[in-house]
Design a protein around this ligand. Structure first.
Ligand SMILES: Nc1ncnc2c1ncn2[C@@H]1O[C@H](COP(=O)(O)OP(=O)(O)OP(=O)(O)O)[C@@H](O)[C@H]1O
Ligand SMILES: [Mg+2]
Length: 118
């Protein structure tokens, strides 16, 4: 299996009862190692929601996400955080920076936390 990311039958529902919104409806994704994939769609179609569940930052309502051979939902929060910190990169749509660090130090922060020097 050569996929770095696999999403199967992904369903994401926000809210409850009458307020419920099904944002992902049985989405299937396979991304191979080294592959470059662009997700396109109108505003509000669920692109960010899909990225949040594929990166393990948000939980899916049903279906499963695998990073390599590892199913994200089966990991403890600490293990998931380790994978996100050491093996994933994620650029947020609305980035937030720490005010007490300059731009470069904000960018280098994850590497600094890993004990890497400039
Ligand atoms: N935490 C949340 N609670 C409730 N609804 C949400 C939540 N996050 C997203 N939504 C809804 O899910 C739908 C998809 O939102 P999402 O941000 O994934 O869209 P998008 O494709 O990334 O849009 P854009 O192109 O504007 O970034 C929208 O209707 C949004 O209001
Ligand atoms: Mg978005």
């Amino acid at each position: 299996m050569n996929n770095i990311i696999t999403g199967k039958n992904l369903v994401k529902i926000f809210g409850k009862g009458n307020e419920q919104a099904k944002v992902l409806n049985e989405v299937n994704v396979e991304i191979a190692k080294g592959e470059f994939v662009a997700v396109m769609g109108p505003s509000g179609s669920g692109k960010s929601t899909l990225l949040f569940v594929l990166s393990g930052m948000d939980e899916i309502t049903s279906g499963f996400v695998k990073f390599g051979d590892t199913e994200l939902a089966k990991l403890r929060e600490n293990t998931l955080a380790d994978i996100r910190r050491t093996q994933m990169g994620f650029i947020f749509q609305q980035p937030t920076m720490l005010k007490n660090l300059n731009l470069l130090d904000n960018i280098l922060l994850p590497a600094t936390n890993e004990g890497k020097k400039r």
